[in-house]
Design a protein around this ligand. Structure first.
Ligand code: DAT
Ligand code: MG
Length: 149
């Protein structure tokens, strides 16, 4: 089953939106495999955002993601990567559709509340970065057959 890494960024934790964000992913029908509150080190932030090295916003991005605790999660489901991205909304929160997490709770790209892996390769890499040493839990849920036929 497909897995994806989701982060509630420091603004989401500071603003008390952890529960709201988890609720939206749970209600959508995705299944939680792993969850932890943590402080990202600069090293982890640089590894996580390696694709953005050299871009104008890179330094600010690393500063922001390490500025306070985050919640890291792994969510599972068929097409979980794309479903999470849709549920989050556009990267630039100011242009994100209402009904999405970013479109309902954020107003700009630099404080966009959440991260979700953008493809199979990055999901595998990011799940390993954040949960490599932890045991993820794959489990049967009584409601699974009411969510997928
Ligand atoms: P996403 O988080 O939607 O996957 P991304 O991977 O392209 O977006 O970029 C990672 C983060 O970097 C994004 O959440 C916010 C920031 N970012 C991206 N493009 C930016 C830009 N043009 N100006 C400022 N911040 C930007
Ligand atoms: Mg991305």
């Amino acid at each position: 089953m497909e897995q994806t890494l989701v982060l509630v960024k420091p603004d989401g934790v500071q603003r008390g939106l952890v529960g709201e964000i988890i609720t939206r992913l749970e209600r959508r029908g995705l299944k939680l495999n792993g969850l932890k509150l943590m402080q990202m080190t600069r090293e982890l932030a640089e590894a996580h955002y390696a694709a953005h090295v050299g871009k104008a916003f890179y330094a600010g991005l690393v500063e922001y993601i390490t500025s306070g605790p985050i919640v890291a999660m792994v969510w599972e489901g068929k097409d979980a990567i794309a479903i999470v991205r849709k549920t989050m909304g556009a990267t630039n929160a100011g242009a994100a559709e209402p009904g999405t997490i970013r479109g309902d709770f954020a107003v700009e790209i630099g404080r966009n509340l959440v991260h979700g892996s953008d493809g199979a390769e990055s999901a595998a890499r990011e799940v390993g970065l954040f949960f490599g040493d932890d045991g993820l839990v794959s489990w049967e849920r009584a409601t699974d057959r009411w969510i997928r036929e």
